[in-house]
Design a protein around this ligand. Sequence first.
Ligand code: CA
Length: 229
Amino acid sequence: MKPLVLIVEDEAPLVTMLRYNLEREGFAVDEATDGEEALLRISERRPDAVLLDWMLPLVSGIEVCRQIRRAPGTRSLPVIMLTARGEENDRIRGLDSGADDYVVKPFSPSELVARLRAVIRRAQPNASENLLQYADLSMDLTAHRVTRSGHSVHLGPTEFRLLYHFLQYPGRVFSREQLLDRVWGQDSDIEMRTVDVHIRRLRKALNVAGGKDLLRTVRSVGYALDAVS
Ligand code: CA
């Protein structure tokens, strides 16, 4: 399958030039002309990399990049910033916002293609680490998707983090204190029974299509992800 590259750029001639060069080099190409459209295209088409212009109407390239990095599903999506600015400060700001690389206009298409291949390659070795599996459960961190026996399981953000934690230590029992510490963070002032509420929600979501209850409650100790009991 051809790697899909999303070009986010409001200058039509540059988009045409980029599309021509990328398609010739074996990439599939998608386009967006502003930041909002870019975020929409990313969630719809799940590109393998994004070429992101700094100067965009509505939402700036920097802000688009920050939003890409903030969302769990796109956190590791490779981003190359395109910009006319060459100042050192701007370069640092671009990389600070989470861009993987930075290309100053005017650039040579072959250099851009080489950098694009490099960021896509760097993003790929982790693909298997992004899939966690246990019994008939599967969590795809890249797509931020959980399935049980192939059926989608819909989880809130906290339940997702809880399950992510359990999937890293299948069979192991965690106390409420440990879960609070590891899932919510040490400095949270959340009450202990909040853990029970989220465990209940997670259990309900996991069992919605029937099947064995995978969350084991260990009385006066805590909880475990356990398919054996
Ligand atoms: Ca522009």
